[in-house]
Design a protein around this ligand. Structure first.
Ligand code: BES
Ligand code: ZN
Ligand code: ZN
Length: 498
């Protein structure tokens, strides 16, 4: 969706009028509204027929032409950037064929951040995954929308720059959603890698390296290999580097990329198994974040690793009871092949901490059903070995309206995961209780230390379990269907501070 800025007052297409609850009036400045539409809006507002509660909408049509959509922002004192973002998204979600493809938004008296948020909400919500559907002119989703925001001349330059940046970040969110929504027959490890390589060609300051199955075996990536070997679509690791010529410490992202999780030999039940195409949501988050950073021109260095595999039951698949040796040298007793995300991440985290210079590592994974039990679809589970860092991520999430909730990383959980009789560690807790926490504690064992001897200290690390938030979030107004693309914006906020 194209959003442009105009410092004029004219209306093109449908007039979009954001209003505060209790202050429902037509702004003076609006020009060029057909008289009958104008009187209709004034009458509806004067009669109190439209209450501008948050996300309430009403469409009006003048008898001599012209259309308007009224959109509620709620009470003035509650109308923060989140309310504006949701209102923008609601406008797009409510657009039908009758509204046409052009919108002109006229704010009463909104500041730059509010207008940018509204535009961001419109752009975020203007998404549908229809690659595999024939185009249908009668489908409301198929309208090509463009919007213009009328603002004061003084605001135009700054607003235009802010909206351009927001559009770049939205391109990252939408990339994450496209990757997640792609059906698993077309989204397999090397297909993801090829998409990454193709993507990198657009940018001079981006590099993508693919460690294929043979190389992964040679390097000793026992976790990645064990999970992926039972599929005819072999596993791989994809490494994204932005501004690699810069020296010094940099943020590092790691993503779980199970392009389909059948559970393997510990086969999942059939109901809703199709949803396990989203099990590469962590890798999509990481890829989307790199796109958002690259396209918005972020100048710093960032490196990301995605661990790609398809978890299939097969004659050559790993078995419950197998002991594997990971890249770290640590052995794992695989007690359940459905706890595969932590196996591929063990290699990704180790590589991230040993081959690069991370200021911090953040991993993203649709890791556990237990996290969905704990937090539902409302918040991502957030663990960290550094309380201040965890708070920074929590706050970055709050700032952009993507909730990540603090969860405990307790020594008892770690102990539970190291109780194997025959290996260094095991991929299953002693029981099902606290399953999201034991999974996090398992991952912690694969985060390397910085420094040696007495100076050794574990690298700052956070784990984000997006099993409940990468898809299925019904209350998320930015999303119509399918993958949410969550936390691309959180990461941009964390990394860039903007
Ligand atoms: N991909 C699943 C986690 C998942 C489940 C995500 C439901 C979203 C919705 C993961 O690989 C898995 O199967 N985890 C197991 C772990 C268990 C065997 C310890 C789980 O959560 O049941
Ligand atoms: Zn699984
Ligand atoms: Zn999984």
């Amino acid at each position: 969706m194209q959003v442009t800025i105009s410092s004029g007052n004219n209306i093109n297409g449908t007039l979009v009028l954001p209003l505060f609850e209790g202050e429902e009036t037509l702004p003076e400045i609006v020009e060029g509204i057909p008289t009958t539409l104008k009187s209709q809006i004034n009458r509806v507002l004067a009669d109190g027929d439209f209450k501008a509660k948050a996300n309430a909408t009403m469409t009006l049509m003048g008898t001599e032409g012209g259309k308007a959509m009224l959109i509620g922002l709620g009470k003035t004192d509650k109308a923060d950037v989140h309310a504006y973002r949701e209102a923008g998204a609601t406008v797009v979600a409510s657009c039908k064929k009758v509204h046409g493809g052009e919108l002109t938004v006229v704010f009463h008296d909104a500041d730059l951040a509010s207008m940018t948020s509204f535009a961001e909400g419109m752009m975020l919500r203007d998404y549908s995954y229809d690659l595999y559907k024939k185009k249908d002119d009668d489908d409301d989703e198929d309208i090509n929308l463009s919007a213009r925001i009328n603002c004061n001349e003084g605001d135009a330059t700054a607003l235009s720059a802010a909206i351009d940046r927001a559009a770049s970040i939205v391109s990252g969110v939408h990339l994450s959603r496209d990757l997640g929504n792609c059906p698993p027959n077309d989204m397999y490890p090397m297909a993801f890698a090829e998409k990454a390589e193709l993507w990198a060609k657009q940018y001079d300051n981006v590099k993508v390296e693919v460690i294929d199955y043979e190389a992964a075996k040679r390097h000793g990536m026992g976790g990645l290999v064990a999970v992926g070997m039972g599929s005819s679509r072999k596993p791989c690791m994809v490494i994204f580097t932005l501004n690699g010529d810069q020296k010094g410490q940099h943020p590092m992202l790691v993503g779980k990329g199970i392009t389909f999780d059948t559970g393997g030999i510990s086969l999942k039940p059939g109901a809703n198994m199709d949803e396990m195409k989203y099990d590469m949501g962590g890798s999509a988050t990481v890829f989307g974040t790199m796109e958002a950073l690259a396209s918005s021109g972020y100048p710093g260095k960032v490196v990301a690793i995605t661990c790609m595999a398809e978890n299939m039951p097969a004659a050559n698949a790993q078995r419950p009871g197998d002991v594997i040796t990971t890249l770290s040298g640590k052995t794992i007793e695989v007690l359940n092949t459905d706890a595969e995300g932590r196996l591929v991440l063990s290699d990704g985290l180790w590589k991230a901490g040993t081959d690069y210079e991370p200021e911090y590592i953040v991993d993203f994974a649709t890791l556990t059903g237990a996290c969905v039990v704990a937090l539902g679809h409302e918040a991502t589970g957030l663990w960290s070995n550094d309380d201040d860092f965890r708070t920074r991520i929590h706050e970055a999430g709050n700032d952009v309206g993507e909730l990540a909730w603090p969860m405990p990383l307790l020594p008892a959980f770690e102990k539970e995961m190291t109780s194997s009789k025959i290996a260094d560690t095991r991929n299953l807790g002693a029981g099902r209780w606290g399953g999201a926490n034991t999974a996090a504690a398992f991952l912690k064992q694969f985060v390397p230390n910085r420094g040696e001897g007495d100076d050794a200290e574990q690298i700052t690390w956070a784990h984000m379990d997006i099993a409940g938030t990468y898809w299925g979030a019904k209350t998320n107004k930015m999303v119509g269907h399918g993958a949410t693309g969550i936390h691309v914006r959180t990461m941009v906020r964390l990394i860039t501070g903007e």
